[in-house]
Each structure stands twice: as C-alpha cells, then as structure tokens.
Design a protein around this ligand. Structure first.
Ligand SMILES: C[S@@+](CC[C@H](N)C(=O)[O-])C[C@H]1O[C@@H](n2cnc3c(N)ncnc32)[C@H](O)[C@@H]1O
Length: 420
C-alpha cells in the first residue's frame, strides 16, 4: 500500500498556495492542520474499504476539528475528544447541520439587538481590565448579552464561535503568539473600536460557509481528557484513528489553553460542554490538565526516549518525562480500541528542546511496534503557513525552537481487516 502514497511528495504536501478560508477557517485556533491534506490522505485510506457507512474514525485530540470535518465530508462517522472547551465549542459549531431559515431569523434578531439601545450588564472577571480596554469591554458585553437572548442553543454555537475570534482580536494580547502577552501600550491605545461592526461582518461571512443540509453521518464530540474518555469506547471498535497529537507539554510547545482562556471567560459556562464546569479558569489551568501537564515518574524503557534524555539537561528532562509517560498511556489505550487491520494516521513534529531534536517520530515508531502495528508509510512536509513563531517559548530564559517540518505517520494494526 505504501506505493499509493508516493505521489504525496514534500512539494505536494507543503500546500504552498493553501488558504484556510473555507468552513474550517471560520474560527481561530492554534496549530490547525491543512484540511486538504487530511482529505487526500483519508481518501487514500478509505479506498481500501468496501463500504464506508459503518466505519468509525476517532480523533482523540480534535483541536479545531479539521479531521472530523473532513471525515463528515467523506461520509465517515466519527468520535472526537478534546480537553479544551473552546476547541469543543468551535468544532461543534462547524459540524452542526443548521436550519437555514431559523439561523437567518436568529441572526437578524441578534443584529437588531446589537443595533438597538438595549440595556445590558457589563461583564466582569478577574483582570478583565488588564486584557481589554474599557470601551471594548462595553461592546463585547453587549454582544455577549444579546447572544444570551437567543433561545436556540445550536444557533448560539456559531454566534459564540465568531464571538471568540472577536474577543481575541480586540484583546490587549499580541496576535503574534499563542501565549497571553500584552501588546505595547501605544498599540493598545491605537486599536480602533469597531468591535460590533467586525463581529457582524465575520458572522455574515461564516454563515455563508456553514452546513445546512441534514446529513446522515454521525459525529460524537466529547470534551475532556482523552486518557479518561477512551475508557468509554469499546475495545476493537474503531476503524481509523486520525489525529495530530500534541508534540509536547502545552506550556512549552503550543499553549492551546492560554490561547483560549480569554474567550472562555466571556462565554457562559452553560453554553460550554459540562466538562468546562469542572475546569478552574485561571490562565494556565487547561494547559496543566493537558497531556504532559502534571508530574510523572519514568516507567518505560523506550530506547529512543532514554537516549534522548541523556542529551538534555536535568531541568528539561522532567517535562519530557511528564509528556511521554502520558503519551504512552494514550497510545496503549488507542491500540486496544482499534480493530484488527485498522489504521492510525498521525501528523507529528520533532521539536527542539535544549537544542536537541526530540525524536517524536522514532518514539511513535517504537510504540507502534510495541503495540502490534506495522508502519505503512512516513510522509514529510515542510510547514510554511503555521502561525507558530520560530521561537515559541522560553524555558529557563533560553528560547526553544519550534519545528518547521512535520511527518504523517501511517500504521496498520496487525490482523485481518474485516471491512476491507
Ligand atoms: C495539535 S492540536 C490538534 C490540532 C487539530 N488537528 C486541528 O487541526 O485543529 C492538539 C489538541 O490536543 C488537545 N489535548 C491536549 N491534551 C489533551 C488531553 N489529555 N485530552 C484531550 N485533548 C488534549 C489540545 O487541547 C489541542 O487542541
């Protein structure tokens, strides 16, 4: 089967002219995958199967929902998990099949309220005036109040999703990093307060991209820790696992939680997944709950990992151990959920820590062999358009370089595939 992937050269997979301006691009989220790439790869895998109707794809780290959206377009049922309530909300908003008339009527109601002199409460949370200018707080509070007046909770999904973009855009945090980092005072003062105009414009645009056709494909989305949620899936029930897992602990790789924390403080908890109620929203809580966020003891004998740990300083070793121990647990659970002959498609990168390349591809290969998978292929692509700063974080005051290449790893579980 590896021959079918020969045409997917680095040149092809780089998607030089790609613009994320379709449905997948309506919401801002860090490190989003290229939907066209996911589509090509998944289509290739699906050719193996006689029938697609009964297949189930799992994305245990769905992020902004790129893979789940493609699975839906290709007619494949899916299950998706993510620990970040904002990721869960925007993915739900993209996957929902709206009733066009009802949505347009609610949008008109919302716009009428926004254009009126409606009385609203000023929203407040800890340090709100650090992250937002007072006039911006007023406008965002008005939008929030008006969205809450809309009764249809599914229509509110898309209203909140676009609201989260606008919260980010008009906050005092820089757009050049996913971390919360104050803009210079002069830039804050110069921001034009056209919040409501921007919101309406972005919402109008998003409404042209949503799905309005009732679709028979099922998508089940759950917010929470994959490690726990995987226990709710029957063993050997998944045909394809397709995801882009975190490459390291969030606080030193991509701070998905911090990125989302401002928007999450504006969106009422009742409109987020029930899991959100259990999350304390300080600015780093989601990142700490994510893979690699808490302390673990080394308990594995992975060759590449242990060789790597020797190369880096003691102060950096613990974070690598925390992440890989969690990752190994997830890998083990995933391997029990997949059917014999099923496929894993992982998009991963090798980041540098302490100036040494963390061999994540080799660690995945080692785990795959350990849990009964054979490697189908490894495709490499250069990352051109990821909104990742070249230096993403600073640990012990030294910069850690981010990756500029990623790999698509395809593994097949041993055994006869019953559906092929
Ligand atoms: C690389 S991103 C996925 C990006 C996604 N493929 C896309 O195109 O948007 C990884 C995701 O893993 C999530 N994550 C990290 N630890 C998790 C955990 N323990 N359980 C569930 N999701 C987790 C993060 O919130 C993040 O959204």
């Amino acid at each position: 089967m590896e021959n079918v992937f020969e045409k997917y050269t680095n040149e092809f997979l780089t998607f030089k002219d790609y613009k994320n301006n379709g449905l997948n691009g309506i919401a801002l989220y860090p490190a989003m995958m290229i939907d066209e790439m996911q589509k090509c790869i998944l289509e290739e895998i699906l050719k193996i199967y006689e029938k697609k109707e009964n297949l189930v794809l799992l994305d245990p780290f769905h992020g902004a929902g790129t893979t789940l959206l493609i699975a839906k377009q290709l007619g494949v049922n899916s299950i998706g998990f993510d620990i970040n309530p904002l990721a869960n909300l925007i993915t739900k908003a993209k996957l929902y099949d709206y009733d066009r008339d009802e949505l347009m009527s609610d949008k008109n109601k919302l716009f009428d309220m926004l254009d009126s002199n409606i009385r609203f409460h000023l929203h407040s949370f800890d340090k709100i005036d650090k992250w937002f200018r007072l006039d911006i707080i007023e406008k965002l509070s008005k939008i929030r109040f008006c969205i809450m007046k809309i009764e249809n909770k599914f229509n509110r999904l898309i209203f909140w999703t676009i609201f989260s973009n606008v919260v980010r855009k008009f906050s005092n945090s820089r757009s050049s990093t996913f971390k919360l980092h104050m803009k210079e005072k002069q830039k804050i003062d110069l921001m034009t307060d056209n919040v409501i105009f921007e919101y309406k414009k972005e919402l109008e645009d998003a409404l042209t991209k949503l799905s309005y056709d009732a679709c028979s494909v099922s998508t089940q989305l759950l917010c929470g820790d994959s490690l726990k949620l995987l226990d709710s899936i029957k063993n050997e029930s998944i045909d394809i696992i397709c995801t882009s897992p975190p490459y390291g602990d969030n606080s030193t790789t991509v701070t998905y939680g911090q990125f989302s924390s401002l928007a999450l403080r504006w969106i009422p908890r009742e409109d987020l997944d029930g899991y959100a109620a259990s999350v304390d929203y300080n600015y780093s809580s989601i990142d700490k709950l994510s893979l690699g966020g808490s302390k673990r003891k080394p308990s594995n004998n992975l060759v590449y990992l242990n060789e790597y740990l020797e190369l880096i300083s003691k102060s950096k070793q613990q974070k690598i151990i925390n992440f890989t121990e969690d990752y190994i647990d997830v890998f083990e659970k995933l391997s029990s959920k997949i059917k014999k002959g099923g496929y894993i498609i992982f998009t991963v990168g090798n980041r540098k820590v302490d100036n040494q390349l963390f061999p994540f591809v080799k660690i995945n290969d080692e785990l795959a062999t350990m849990y009964g998978f054979s490697k189908v292929t490894e495709l490499k692509r250069s990352i051109l358009r990821k909104r990742i700063a070249k230096k993403v974080s600073s640990v012990d005051s030294k910069a850690v370089e981010s990756m500029s290449e990623e790999y698509i790893l395809i593994y097949k579980k041993e055994g006869e595939n019953q559906n092929a």
